[in-house]
Write a protein that binds this ligand. Structure first.
Ligand code: GLN
Length: 483
């Protein structure tokens, strides 16, 4: 039996029946990581001793009533957790050992899940390809000359390569969904505030959200149950009840109304992506869903609006890395200003500096109204448009990305080209709504294609149910790359 390809539920049954031990499971994963991660480069740190130790303790207790107990997972390298350093894949945080843990990590550890290691991301999660990481690029497990996407390229590559059962990522403009689409994983960006951001390094505070990346919607439903909810340490997490997502996964989408925004089905989408999405729409129709066209006219402004908001919030969040509060201090500085200058010049990479400069400019005296406030107004118009669409439909379907995984190096000299790969993902962050990316096909040269299902705020149950129903009658999410 190949225990690494099982889902959470089946692994839990084996653990409960003592057919395998958590230690065996962890050892299997560690051997696989050691064998294959040299070529994939998904991991930035591996906690071999820690993970085996934890597994042993769990086996001794022998209580696997929590489905996550004894299950190995990974974290994107921007989560604070105590078992290893958290670097955000930046020089400025090289060797940084967090003195505290993020709420979501603590919740998973309390459930008995075991952190195998941290995984690669673009520096401070700014990017769509992991090419800006100090640890080097993560290769797409389906074609190693291509990117795994980003910024959560490491977490996603680790999941689809069976190097962990699931991972936690962050999504500010698509960083969970775009790599999930490019590598064939299932990734959920939750409603803004559904999961606590406490202890996770901020990129843009009004857009950041934390969510699971896994092998199926069913696994995501299990994980979400244990990480969602109000946290007194994050005032943006409302006291909205956390449903038992698994209970709501029933296989019935008869009469469900799926909206297709006409602005998303335009020229510029790869032909094979378009065909795969059309087939998925037909499948959903056959399952009883009703397809309705909707219009979201402000979609044409989402990228400029996103990049204005993101840059401003990035420039503010990055201010704490000054070599005094956080960040490797410069040793040769003449005075305080020079200290800041040296630390930040040496510590940050090019993309982070670009965003700090753009953000500082649009934030400078007299310019707020011209850029940031205007962008926030368009953001509000966009939210109204989505709310209006949800009067007619239950969920909105679109491709996750306009094209499949691109070649390493293909876009990194042209930021605008890189930014365009987020064209379909950023809206969900601007309107704070939940959105899942699931595999829905492969190109003729064997590269995964993903589709998104987006729902109104706090409708995770609904989009998980649609995704699960689709996955119960398709096999795309079960396909694994030959490493
Ligand atoms: N690729 C997008 C960006 O670079 C999204 C990043 C993210 O979601 N963290 O801004």
């Amino acid at each position: 039996m190949d225990i690494l390809s099982l889902n959470i539920k089946d692994t839990n049954i084996l653990l409960q029946n003592k057919r395998i031990s958590s230690k065996e499971l962890v050892s299997e994963y560690i051997s696989r990581i050691k064998k294959y991660d040299k070529t994939i480069n998904a991991f930035t740190s591996l906690n071999e001793g820690y993970a085996l130790n934890k597994a042993e303790q769990i086996d001794k207790k022998g209580d696997f009533s929590n489905p996550l107990c004894g299950i190995p997972f990974t974290l994107k390298d921007n989560f604070c957790s105590k078992e290893s350093e958290s670097t955000a894949c930046s020089n400025i945080l090289k060797d940084f050992c967090p003195p505290y843990e993020s709420t979501v990590v603590k919740k998973l550890k309390d459930s008995g899940a075991i952190v195998l290691g941290k995984t690669n991301t673009d520096e401070f999660t700014m990017g769509s390809s992991t090419e800006t990481s100090i640890h080097g690029v993560t290769k797409n497990p389906w074609d190693k000359s291509r990117v795994a996407g980003g910024s959560s390229g490491g977490p996603v590559a680790a999941v689809v390569s069976n190097m962990c059962m699931f991972s936690l990522g962050t999504d500010t403009g698509g960083s969970i969904r775009q790599p999930s689409s490019l590598c064939g994983a299932t990734g959920l960006k939750v409603t803004y505030g559904r999961t606590s951001r406490f202890g996770v390094m901020s990129m843009a505070s009004s857009l950041d959200s934390i969510g699971p990346i896994a092998k199926s919607a069913e696994d995501i439903a299990i994980i979400l149950r244990y990480i969602a909810g109000h946290d007194p340490k994050d005032s943006t997490t409302p006291k909205v009840e956390v449903p038992d997502y698994i209970k709501h996964l029933d296989n019935n989408i008869k009469g469900l109304k799926i909206g297709l925004p006409k602005e998303y089905f335009v020229d510029g989408i790869d032909k094979e992506v378009k065909e795969a999405i059309e087939t998925a729409i037909t499948n959903l129709k056959e399952l009883g869903a009703e397809i309705i066209e909707v219009s979201l006219p402000n979609t044409k402004y989402v990228l400029p609006v996103y990049y204005v908001i993101v840059s401003l919030e990035v420039s503010s969040n990055m201010a704490r890395y000054d070599g005094i509060r956080y960040g490797l201090p410069s040793k040769q500085s003449k005075d305080l200003v020079d200290h800041y200058f040296q630390t930040r010049s040496k510590g940050f990479g090019k993309e982070v500096k670009n965003r700090i400069m753009v953000g500082t400019y649009i934030h400078s005296l007299g310019y707020d109204g011209a850029y940031y406030i205007k962008a926030q107004k368009v953001r509000k118009m966009l939210l109204n448009e989505y709310n209006e669409a949800f009067r007619k439909v239950d969920v909105i379907l679109s491709p996750s990305t306009p094209e499949v995984a691109f070649k390493i190096g293909e876009k990194n000299s042209d930021p605008v080209k890189m930014y365009l790969s987020d064209i379909f993902t950023v809206s969900a962050n601007l309107v704070g709504m939940p959105c899942i990316s699931i595999p829905c096909g492969f190109t003729t040269n064997n590269l995964p294609i993903g589709m998104q299902l987006l729902g109104p705020q706090f409708s995770e149950s609904k989009i998980l149910k649609v995704a699960n129903t689709y996955q119960n009658c398709t096999e795309w999410h079960k396909k694994r790359p030959l490493l």
